[in-house]
Design a binder for this molecule. Structure first.
Ligand code: HEM
Length: 178
């Protein structure tokens, strides 16, 4: 018995994660990393980034847990071709990278004493986050994630427009017909 679509909690978790991670990737790359640590606006920007980043971590863990616990529809392409295998692998790598990014962010925050400065107004920001190894992990993994997200979106539209196997209907709310 194969299911027609993903279940509703999974759909909600998918789009919430997509929104939070897209927000963090865009604002982190184009705004946050360009603000000097001596700039008074930096703390508020970091506060938003850390709260939304923490939420992204919780959502990603909930998504992985829920996926493992609930019945899933069949993969769109089960031909066993190289493309099909790459598609399945890409989904695992996307989840893995989301975890690497969020965990390195938390590691960076803890090592540099950010929670005290950002949430309790105690102490000052370090001169540079690049004095801490997790900053490099965070920076490089976010660049890889940007590429993966772009590929993920392209693949979804390729399925929708060229193959016409309704990927967006599978990842939207509604009754899950068997
Ligand atoms: C999936 C979740 C997250 C995403 C997608 C994300 C994304 C980003 C991006 C794109 C940058 C800029 C990187 C660069 O251009 O080199 C960045 C920087 C940063 N992120 Fe995150 N982040 C996430 C979670 C977190 C968390 C949970 C924390 C801390 C609790 C955090 C703390 C930081 C810090 C301290 C910086 C450095 C800012 C700077 O160099 O000025 N991030 N993040």
């Amino acid at each position: 018995m194969s299911l027609s679509k993903y279940n509703n909690p999974q759909v909600a978790l998918h789009w919430l994660t997509a929104a939070t991670i897209s927000f963090l990737l865009v604002t982190g790359t184009f705004i946050l990393s360009h603000i000097d640590n001596t700039d008074p606006t930096k703390i508020n920007n970091l506060k938003i980034h850390m709260i939304v980043g923490g939420l992204a971590l919780v959502l990603t863990l909930a998504r992985i847990f829920w996926r493992a616990r609930s019945p899933q529809p069949e993969v769109l392409d089960n031909s066993g071709s190289l493309m099909a295998k790459a598609g399945t692998a890409a989904h695992y790598v996307l989840n893995m990278m989301a975890l690497v990014i969020a965990i390195s962010g938390v590691g960076l925050a803890l090592l540099s004493g950010l929670p005290e400065v950002v949430f309790f107004g105690q102490g000052v920001l370090p001169e540079s986050f690049f004095d801490y190894i997790p900053r490099y992990v965070h920076g490089i993994s976010t660049k890889i994630m940007l590429g993966l997200v772009a590929l993920h979106i392209l693949a979804a539209f390729y399925h929708a427009v060229v193959i016409k196997d309704s990927p967006f209907r599978r990842m939207w709310f509604g009754r899950q017909n068997a």
